[in-house]
Write a protein that binds this ligand. Structure first.
Ligand code: NAD
Length: 421
């Protein structure tokens, strides 16, 4: 089970700070510059009273964090989950800063979240909560200031409600205030698949560098939402064998490979992977320890920790999720020779196409899907090569290489702007 705990090992924000220090040391950043870019610029905490369908008022807590805006407006998703904490949102905002810099798009890092269980809420309750949350964070957001997007358990519909709430306040339609919107409201073709597609391009690049044929490679996917299920579909279409997949309710396995299109239909029909015909039920722990070429954690933070990392038998770990591997697990994976594609590179396809969406909204001119995918591939392959080069030349692991690239670019931007004393 993935749980939020308060130990140093699994507090996501402590992990983000620890990884920052490693990269800052490797870059030899001086202490003044570290103080400028390590911590969030703004942390807003809001109270969201919502009248539930029963008539009772329930108060939810929400956050919006802007970590760093030296390279452009803050950019980052909004998460609805029972385990959302301010530390988690701070960690996710920090990673967004480095991620936007790794793929070299002109955004800083932000993130939002509401501590709630959207699975137990009606559509009406979700809409009321979303609109109230949007009003509460309204002073921070805007197309030139901070642009939210979907994350865990938030959808294009949630983005549409935020766009509408913001637009009503301004008195005219403002499409560029959020990305990941429905196509009918200025969303971009290819955005829904972008996180998984970007992850797929980094997997293909890794396989080619490691001499692993993609066709026939064995794949395991943890998490079967936007990132995980679409990554599974792309990898299945490329001829890999997706042996196992899981969601928050079940894990399923077939040694000859799952029929992924059928599994997607089963999840759509029943809301769960449970009971999928033609597959055996396994435990979440068994899933992570399956022998495979490619393991894709695509759920939440702290999936692979000091406790379970020794059982991992994958050759490549592609972090579609943010923060799925803890620093202690990183060290063990490096000893085992596992090749890790770090989150701030692996899942950066989402924010890259969010950037394309924002550019299209601001210019009122929309691109076709092939254009979006071709531009995404170019950015992902170039970014992979940039990180891989640092990994090879500096003889550091891929996470440190990606952090050095991202943090180095943010530090340089701060210096050039004169934000540096
Ligand atoms: P989602 O809400 O679409 O899906 C989340 C999935 O994770 C669901 O299938 C859920 O059942 C599963 N899950 C939850 N707890 C689990 C557990 N304990 N074990 C196994 N599965 C579990 O969310 P998403 O957008 O796919 O986000 C997944 C991850 O990808 C997150 O870490 C998110 O921050 C990251 N990410 C998403 C985007 C994006 O554009 N959506 C972009 C970058 C990174």
């Amino acid at each position: 089970m993935l749980t939020t705990t308060t130990t140093l090992e699994t507090n996501a924000y402590q992990v983000a700070l620890e990884n920052f220090d490693l990269a800052a040391d490797a870059l030899d950043l001086d202490s003044n510059l570290r103080a400028m870019i390590k911590y969030p610029e703004r942390v807003l905490s809001v109270s969201i009273p919502v009248r539930m369908d029963t008539g009772q008022i329930v108060r939810f807590e929400g956050y919006r964090v802007q970590h760093n805006t030296a390279r452009g407006p803050a950019k980052g998703g909004i998460r609805y989950h029972p385990n959302v904490t301010v530390d988690e949102v701070k960690a996710l905002a920090t990673w967004m800063t480095w991620k936007c810099a790794v793929v070299n798009i002109p955004f800083g890092g932000g993130k939002g979240g509401v501590t709630c269980n959207p699975k137990k809420m009606s559509m009406g309750e979700l809409e009321h909560m979303t609109r109230r949350y949007a009003s509460a964070i309204l002073p921070l957001i805007g197309p030139q200031k901070d642009i939210p997007a979907p994350d865990v358990y938030t959808t294009p519909q949630v983005m549409a409600w935020i766009m509408d709430t913001y637009s009503m306040h301004m008195g005219y339609p403002v499409h560029g205030v959020v990305t990941g919107k429905p196509i009918s409201l200025g969303g971009s073709l290819g955005r829904n698949e972008a996180t998984a597609r970007g992850c797929y391009y980094t997997i293909v690049s890794s396989c080619s560098n490691l001499g692993i044929p993609v066709k026939g490679a064995r794949v395991v996917v943890q998490g079967f939402g936007n990132a995980g299920s679409i990554a599974a579909q792309l990898l299945h279409a490329a001829g890999t064998l997706v042996l196992a997949a899981s969601d928050s309710t079940a894990a399923v396995y077939n040694k000859n490979g799952l029929d992924i299109p059928q599994l997607v239909l089963h999840k759509q029909r029943t809301g769960s992977l449970r009971g999928f015909p033609g597959a055996d039920a396994i435990t979440p722990e068994e899933l992570l320890s399956l022998e495979c070429e490619i393991l894709v954690p695509a759920a939440l933070e702290n999936a692979i920790t000091g406790d379970n990392v020794r059982a991992v038998q994958a050759r490549i770990i592609a972090e579609a999720a943010n923060g799925p591997v803890t620093p202690e697990a990183d060290r063990v994976l490096a000893e085992k020779g596992v090749f890790l594609i770090p989150d701030i590179l692996c899942n950066a396809g989402g924010v890259t196409v969010s950037y394309f969406e924002w550019v299209q909204d601001e210019n009122h001119l929309f691109w076709d899907e092939n254009d979006v995918n071709a531009k995404l591939e170019k950015i992902m392959v170039r970014s992979f090569n940039d990180v891989y080069k640092i990994h090879q030349e500096r003889k550091v692991n891929m996470r440190l290489a990606a952090n050095m690239l991202g943090i180095g670019r943010v530090a340089e931007a701060c210096k050039m702007r004169g934000l540096y004393p």
